[in-house]
Design a protein. Structure first.
Length: 276
């Protein structure tokens, strides 16, 4: 059923059923913080294609902010899940199993690094900051995938979010770029591990977008302005772009796609340099 409550449209008195990519599918999107979150843009797109979408948040503070958003899509109160705590992850999926016999997809839209480790020289990154960025931004995908596996249907799909800083030294991205490189490698290894069970694992590498996480990146506005002038499509990527691509990767139209890093950045990854 579409967001407007209809699952068909009428032409000359004939009722034509709507084709929705994710009709009858159900899954959970982790990482919702506010209406700027890529998790929110993805959740909206999935719901618009007929999916039943659940959300996961990092803390009670984020739950309070995310609750009205989830409610607007007909979703229950977002689940609190501290992805650095294995027992919290286990509890989250125990809760999910009480209301869901099976899941069709899991979206991992989680990343964090201390602001101090995004500035200055990468060589000065603290040991604790490096470990934290890896734990929250990369290992959490492994942990959530393992916990979700008993619920994921054959033909299910796992999706995470990356960025070009995983393969290029992007100023002010530093330790997060290294974490994203680990994340993309994890996607490939998980794809190999889970493929025999019929579960696909992919990443979506989005261009610069203003979100709560990206607000910690120095010079974000300049990066966005450069996108308008230099990217092959001569515009910035939008949350809607990301939502559409995520919908494709989580749908049966991508049934033969796994271990893939799909760039949704208006072509910026194809450039040798962002200089004008």
């Amino acid at each position: 059923m579409g967001l407007d409550g209809h699952n068909s449209y009428s032409i000359a008195g004939l009722e034509i059923p709507l084709y929705m990519l994710l009709q009858g599918k159900k899954g959970v999107v982790f990482g919702l913080a506010n209406k700027l979150s890529l998790a929110w843009h993805i959740g909206q797109a999935l719901k618009g294609e007929g999916a039943d979408v659940l959300f996961g948040v990092a803390s009670e503070r984020f739950q309070e902010k995310a609750a009205p958003l989830a409610e607007s899509l007909g979703s229950p109160l977002p689940l609190i899940c501290d992805v650095t705590d294995d027992s919290a992850i286990e509890k989250t999926f125990e809760t999910l199993s009480e209301s869901c016999e099976k899941l069709d997809f899991l979206v991992h839209a989680i990343a964090f690094a201390e602001r101090a480790d995004l500035e200055g020289r990468f060589v000065d990154t603290s040991r604790s900051g490096y470990a934290l960025a890896q734990d929250v931004s990369a290992f959490s995908l492994v942990a959530l995938s393992k916990a979700a596996l008993p619920l994921l249907r054959e033909g299910g799909s796992i999706l995470t979010l990356s960025y070009l800083g995983s393969s290029r030294a992007v100023p002010s991205y530093k330790v997060m770029g290294v974490a994203k490189a680990a994340l993309e490698s994890a996607v490939r290894y998980l794809a190999v591990d889970l493929g025999p069970e019929g579960v696909r694992v992919n990443a979506l590498s989005a261009g610069p977008i203003k979100t709560l996480s990206s607000s910690a990146i120095k010079g974000l506005k300049e990066k966005l302005d450069i996108q308008d002038r230099v990217s092959p499509l001569r515009r910035q990527v939008t949350g809607e772009d990301v939502g559409k691509a995520a919908t494709f990767l989580l749908s049966d139209h991508a049934s033969g796609v796994t271990g893939e890093i799909l760039h949704v950045d208006c072509g910026s990854h194809a450039l040798g340099s962002w200089e004008e």
